[in-house]
Design a protein around this ligand. Structure first.
Ligand code: C5P
Length: 332
């Protein structure tokens, strides 16, 4: 029997094609209805046996990822260990994260790394936990971790951890991501939304005055519905596989809040739409901006033009949907 000395898993970034946010709950979270969509921008996480748990991070934004117990990948490994009777096999691990997903960018990169660490440690320890069990552990680590395991396109409810895969034809969508300078803190963006929605809440620069098809939340941070609802138009667009319809249906309740904290993103969104994007929105809590293009060629043109327009730090072209976290190699 070969002894496995290291396992590498690959995991995608996520977009939210719809992000409908309810009022704050007693536990501080918000009930969501969201349509997650995994895109081909991947982190790689390698897990190897070690005396104690450590994490090293290389690549995009590595210096801003926590290296201690706050690291989501380390927390995921610790949570898995509690569920596995493995004796010495489940002793310490060295977790090495190669990042391409920017940190605190609205793309759930930290959650992705946690999902990859779960999948890799499950393999390293030959723990044999089935996907539903891994998903339960994932949900205790963060709201987006279960989706990073699942991938594809899926409706998320609750905090985002209750998932139903979306039934849609095998359409491949072409996205352009515009990465911003700096980061946005997810809790701060949710708090800004609560302020915008409160009676007399600051309306500041958070509004969205883009033309139809901009994809953002319509109007200026309207009061959230008591219970957020799935957008039937968006789901119908996904079922049709028609990118133009999907572009018009994109929406994000967090967008006005992200714009209130990072007003320059308005210019980025407007530039993408002027350059022919089918839809534009802030990714999750931001500050990455997302544009849908009609084809691979259009995505390339858009990416080149956006780079030249000086409205973002850098751009990436990605396709979606793609599968969730998966082992890509085992060393031994
Ligand atoms: O679950 P996760 O740790 O990824 O969430 C980060 C923060 O985002 C939470 O602490 C909370 O402030 C906010 N959040 C929320 N409602 C959700 C998901 C996240 O308020 N459904």
């Amino acid at each position: 029997m070969t002894i496995v000395t290291g396992v590498t898993a690959r995991v995608p970034a996520k977009l939210n094609l719809q992000l409908a946010v309810g009022p704050p709950r007693a536990d501080g979270y918000h009930d969501l209805v969201t349509v997650f969509h995994a895109v081909a921008l991947f982190d790689e996480v390698t897990v190897e046996p070690a005396e104690r748990d450590t994490v090293t991070v290389t690549g995009e934004g590595a210096s801003t990822v926590p290296h201690d117990g706050d690291n989501l990948a380390l927390r995921a490994v610790a949570a898995l260990r509690k569920q596995v009777r493995g004796g010495h096999r489940t002793a310490g691990v060295r977790v090495s994260i190669a990042k391409r997903i920017p940190v605190a960018a609205g793309l759930a990169g930290g959650s992705a790394d946690a999902a990859a660490a779960l999948v890799a440690a499950n393999e390293l320890w030959a723990a044999g936990l089935v996907p539903p069990r891994l998903a339960e552990i994932a949900a205790t680590i963060g709201s987006d971790v279960a989706f990073a395991l699942l991938g594809g396109t899926a409706v998320g409810r609750g905090r985002g951890e209750r998932l139903t895969p979306a039934l849609a034809p095998a359409t491949r969508y072409h996205w352009v991501l515009a990465f911003a300078e700096g980061q946005l803190s997810t809790p701060k963006v949710y708090a800004a939304l609560d302020r915008l929605r409160s009676p007399g809440g600051s309306r500041g620069s958070g509004g969205n005055d883009f033309p139809s098809g901009s994809g953002g939340s319509r109007g200026v941070a309207p009061p959230g519905p008591a219970q957020p609802a799935l957008d039937a138009t968006l789901m119908s667009a996904l079922r049709s596989g028609d990118a133009a319809r999907l572009g018009r249906a994109l929406s994000n309740d967090l967008q006005p809040a992200a714009l209130s904290l990072y007003p320059a993103l308005r210019k980025t969104l407007a530039a993408g739409l002027e350059l022919g994007a089918l839809g534009a929105l802030v990714a999750g809590s931001g500050p990455t901006c997302v544009f849908l293009a009609a084809s691979a060629d259009r995505a390339l043109e858009l990416a080149v033009s956006l780079s030249g327009a000086g409205v973002c730090r850098s751009v990436a072209r990605v396709t979606g949907p793609v599968p969730g976290a998966a082992v890509v190699s085992a060393q031994g």
